[in-house]
Design a protein around this ligand. Structure first.
Ligand SMILES: [Zn+2]
Ligand SMILES: [Zn+2]
Length: 362
């Protein structure tokens, strides 16, 4: 039987979000219905609401979530009702050219649930944010979007691994391959940048230099493991990073802003043969100009990090375990917990830079 539950819907471009009754169908083949326990408020949800991602309104927002599997459709073997799971937005296919070459974290054919959730009032189909839609009491996803983790972790912490925190930690440990003794600089200290700092610290970086224009964010970055901070409104970050690394630049520079000017800073703040990781998401009109001779002459690698190049089945349980062992404090990312009816307020707080993460608890 399809069920009716409450969910946060963005009805149209720049219109305030509304709590609506939504219809969640029973899971079809390969699908699962998940009872949501917590879901973080991410910039991507705000972009959906503003019409910055697509025009497929109405959107069912929310995608950084954890909860318990309620029911599964036929053919689902990896998860079962009662499993505590973190939702991911890249359920790998196992068949594409990346998957068959043993690189499923690059999967080129990730999938979501085939059935649609709808608005109870009009029957209109909903577009779930990143194929998840978890500002709702329950949501329908592809079973591959559910990753089982140790249920000893709190849902509000676990859910964050589903997006921004994984993107940042993965940018450091997967894409950037930060290792013991490396010097790292992170440009942009929002949720993703802070997670990159925490990931670099976890990986044993000798120095982690945080760069931002907001002193409050630099303060938080320190608590995440930054050893040095640079306010790039006051100081040239390229010079500052070079100065802090013996005049050479950092081994790995993680760009968590997604703008040409900060990318250029990252490019020149890295040591010869170093690595730049772009994890900040640019907009379509942005262009990058660099002297090609510098791209050649400085060597090393310029990489982009999709979702932290994570493999949820490998990375989510590992990071939850490290958190439970006290080796990675994911609790620091949760600034506040709010109710389903406070998403609009949480957007304002996020936009003002007052919170790292507000988490909706159901
Ligand atoms: Zn694939
Ligand atoms: Zn997100």
């Amino acid at each position: 039987m399809a069920q009716e539950v409450r969910g946060v819907v963005a009805p149209g471009k720049d219109e305030p979000v509304r709590i609506e009754t939504i219809v969640v169908p029973d899971p079809g083949p390969g699908e699962a219905v998940v009872k949501i326990q917590a879901c973080g408020v991410c910039h991507t949800d705000l972009h959906y609401k503003q019409g910055g991602i697509s025009d497929d309104f109405p959107f069912l927002l929310g995608h950084e979530a954890a909860g318990v599997v309620e029911s599964v459709g036929t053919g689902v073997t990896d998860v079962a009702p009662g499993d505590f799971v973190v939702l991911n937005w890249r359920a790998v296919c196992g068949k594409c050219r990346a998957c068959t070459r043993g690189r499923p974290w690059y999967c080129f054919d990730t999938h979501n649930a085939e059935q649609k959730m709808t608005l109870a009032s009009t029957g209109q189909e909903l577009s779930p944010a990143l194929g998840i839609g978890a500002f709702a009491e329950k949501t329908l996803v592809a079973a591959g979007q559910c990753t089982k983790v140790d249920p000893a972790v709190s849902a509000e912490v676990a859910g964050l691994l589903g997006c921004g925190v994984m993107a940042g930690i993965g940018a450091a440990i997967n894409t950037g391959n930060v290792g013991r003794g490396d010097t790292v600089a992170v440009i942009g200290c929002g949720g993703v940048g802070d997670a990159a700092i925490a990931g670099s610290h976890l990986a044993g970086a000798a120095k982690v230099i945080a760069v931002d224009i907001d002193d409050r964010k630099l303060e938080t970055a320190r608590s995440m493991g930054a050893t040095h901070t640079v306010n790039s409104r006051e100081t040239d970050p390229v010079e500052a990073i070079r100065e802090l690394t013996g005049g050479f630049g950092a081994d790995v520079v993680i760009e968590a802003v997604g703008r040409p000017e900060t990318y250029r800073q990252a490019f020149y703040a890295r040591d010869l043969a170093g690595t730049v990781v772009l994890v900040g998401v640019p907009t379509p009109e942005m262009k990058l100009e660099l002297p090609l001779l510098d791209v050649f002459g400085r060597g090393g690698s310029l990489k982009s990090s999709w979702y932290g190049d994570c493999l949820p089945s490998r990375d989510f349980p590992m990071l939850v375990d490290l958190h439970l062992q006290g080796r990675l404090d994911l609790g620091k990312f949760v600034t506040e917990t709010v109710g389903l009816d406070q998403v609009e307020h949480a957007f304002d707080r996020m936009h003002a830079g007052d919170v790292l993460r507000s988490v909706v608890v159901l």
